[in-house]
Write a protein that binds this ligand. Sequence first.
Ligand SMILES: [Zn+2]
Length: 411
Amino acid sequence: MTNYLFTGGKLLDAEAGIVKDGLDVLVENGRIAAVGSTLPRSADTTEIALDGRTLMPGLIDCHVHVVAETLDLWANAIAPDSLAAFRAARVMNEMLLRGFTTLRDLGGADYGLVQAVEQGLIVGPRLVICGKGLTMTGGHSDQRKRTDDREPALDTRLGSMGYTVDGVDNVRAAARKMIKEGATFIKVMANGGVSSPNDPIHSIQFSADEIRAMVEEAENAGYYVSAHLYTDKAISRCVELGVRSLEHCNLIEPETAHRAAEKGCIAVPTLVAYEGLALDGKELGLGEAEFAKIEVVRQGGMRSLAIMRDAGLPMAFGSDLLGSLRKYHCMEFELLAKVLTPAEVIRSATLVGAKLCQMEGQLGVIAPGAFADLLVVDGNPLDDLKLLQDDGAHMPAIMARGAFVKDQLGR
Ligand SMILES: [Zn+2]
């Protein structure tokens, strides 16, 4: 593996929210070996002159579904596993070239995809997985139509996002199965959804005992539970039941946000998912009822950002885009920036994400010991967050685990 020395750039410190001059970064064996002003230059190290560009940690998207090739979740689930894997590889590669060097997958991706990246079989971001999202019968990821009374048959397919399970013992077994198969957190559908056929947004899903069982199983393994949540009532219930990662949170109220912050939770707003649906909904054939659902969560989502920030509830960057809507990925930066400062947005996509992936110190920072997941940016994103948009157009170089996946620096 080639070793690299980055010189002559500005180093983005996400924690402090500043860029620093005069620091070089040495990359050895896929990790950052040293950061300093006068690092020794050995003969086997390739120097990368940054010419004043910014070097920042790779971005982390904490809410993706890499197997969601289309918005038709049934079509995804019924695809052959081999086809689903190739499709996921392409999705992952596209995200990597937008600067996302780590993805937390909230339902679908399996250990095979994790391994494929680690073994260099696909050029993609590091994957942190939950296996399938646990859904109760009739819950947010139960894709069966009302008249379909067959047992859920597609839940273990690679293209499926959810796993249907009911009852405390079964839920416990399902959580153990996910962890045994490589999950490092458990995802639960604990509230109704926008894109599902039978459950209104306000529906509360799974019993308290079922969620407690998942939390216990996850915590026994050193992990945590992440829940799909919209309404304040559902969020507040999950916070009290020990759920740590709160997805979406569009309709959260200040009291719940404060309580969640106290309990050490992290929220993952995914505003662009609703923005994308609102923009392309007509084309996608959405009906009036679906548009009405989308508007509730879209407008709530913008309001939720200030509530969570003011409550001191950390937020991790998430996008949750499916199918053709993935083209809007980078718009999440723009939406977050309507309320948060560029430094806050960058922290959400680096440090907070690293914490949620339980990889603090290894991701989201440029420091000795961290993975060499690095972006070279034409300018300072703390001054101009738009530099992180346009699908990587302002990133002449992207490094993942110490190897360039994009390099247009023209040495
Ligand atoms: Zn999702």
